[in-house]
Design a protein around this ligand. Structure first.
Ligand code: NI
Length: 194
């Protein structure tokens, strides 16, 4: 998800973190059902830290591993408002174990679909089971923006994007726009290199 929440000064709050390139739709890696993380080791922690840094730099409020080309079930998020202290979450192998019947409509965007936003209806609250950054089993109840965000990110590790909730016509239109954006960016890079 993207939000116009800029969090200056939060970049590189852990030494050695790196901003990775975010994959733009359409890309086969964004359509994959990702494999579970087998063990929360140093490599996974480093990956999670890079994902947080990439997300804060974008800026965004959530990021899933496939968006940086790693097709594993790992997501990060921070839905804190700009005047609140950071609230980073790392969720490994997240699984929704309960959904409210009540739904909510939020305007969603995606760092892999820059500049496009649409209203998506989802359960208003969810309960999620996951492993945290230390590999400890956790269960957490999400409400409001965090509920939308965590569902959007879990969709990513299942190869689903928010535009999959839209009409085929609208989805095709956005996809064509993104193809054009990718061609333009590729040309820009070629020019810079040449
Ligand atoms: Ni997204």
């Amino acid at each position: 998800m993207v939000a116009a929440i800029v969090k200056p000064g939060r970049i590189a709050y852990i030494a050695g973190m790196a901003v990775r390139d975010i994959i733009i739709h359409p890309d086969p890696r964004l359509k994959k059902v990702c494999a579970p993380v087998e063990e929360v080791d140093e490599r996974i922690r480093r990956l999670a830290d890079d994902m947080l840094e990439t997300m804060y730099a974008a800026p965004g409020i959530g990021l899933a591993a496939p968006q940086i080309g790693v097709t594993r079930r790992l997501i990060v998020m921070d839905c804190a408002g700009k005047d609140e202290p950071p609230r980073p979450h790392v969720l490994v192998n997240p699984e929704i174990v309960w959904r409210s019947e009540e739904t909510n409509v939020h305007e969603e965007g995606c760092l892999s679909i820059p500049g496009e936003y649409a209203e998506v209806e989802r359960p208003a609250e969810v309960r999620v089971r996951y492993l945290d950054r230390d590999g400890q089993a956790q269960e957490r109840h999400f409400t409001g923006l965090e509920a939308t965000c965590v569902q959007h990110e879990i969709d990513h590790v299942n190869g689903r994007l928010f535009i999959d909730y839209l009409s085929p016509v609208r989805r095709r239109l956005i996809t064509e726009k993104m193809k054009k954006l990718k061609r333009e960016r590729a040309r820009g890079k070629a020019k810079a290199a040449g």
